[in-house]
Write a protein that binds this ligand. Structure first.
Ligand code: PNS
Length: 165
């Protein structure tokens, strides 16, 4: 049976930290669905379709064989409903510093209550991406700081346009 994994997130915008997780997660499944969420409890800078488009553009940098096993989808409503509908058995989440831990474990436990046939698997963020978050990337960019080592040139140009820099 095909092993399908979901990598969900807000991706507002996608960073090199997300790409690190995508590159590694896809090695462990037959198909990886990168799921861009509408319902995140946040007010994103980029709308849903733009966030998905930016993630799709990033996939071009992956080896061709990995690209073929990745697809980007948007979803609204509960992640576990989406995951079930996709036939997924695994949810991937990247784990950075200790500060992520409480939020991530809470979410994983609640998600397991909703559907215990789908496991959450945490991938430790690579050393060079440990400190990168979309939230701080946006804040730094908005205030005119250099975020070129945290996001791709394509995302950088979208950030500049969004903040009229
Ligand atoms: O990148 P983020 O913002 O940390 O991702 C959070 C996300 C999208 C995974 C989470 O908000 C989510 O799963 N949203 C969908 C709605 C849902 O299922 N909520 C219940 C979570 S326990």
């Amino acid at each position: 049976m095909k092993r399908i994994g979901i990598y969900p997130g807000t991706f507002d915008p996608v960073t090199i930290g997300h790409i690190d997780i995508i590159r590694r997660a896809v090695q462990t499944v037959d198909e990886l669905v990168i799921a861009v969420a509408l319902d995140t409890g946040k007010t994103p800078l980029f709308d849903l379709e733009d966030r998905a488009k930016l993630v799709r553009a990033e996939l071009a940098a992956l080896p061709a064989a990995d690209q073929q096993r990745c697809r980007v989808e948007t979803f609204s409503g509960l992640l576990m409903h989406f995951a079930e509908a996709q036939g997924a058995g695994i949810i991937f989440r990247g784990l950075r510093a200790i500060s992520d831990f409480e939020y991530e474990v809470q979410m994983a436990c609640l998600n397991r209550k909703l559907n215990d046939r789908i496991e959450t698997v945490f991938l430790a963020a690579s050393e060079h991406t440990q400190f990168i978050s979309s939230r701080f990337v946006k804040q730094i960019a908005k205030l005119g700081g250099d975020v070129s080592s945290f996001v791709s040139p394509n995302v950088l140009s979208h950030l500049k346009a969004a903040f009229e820099l």
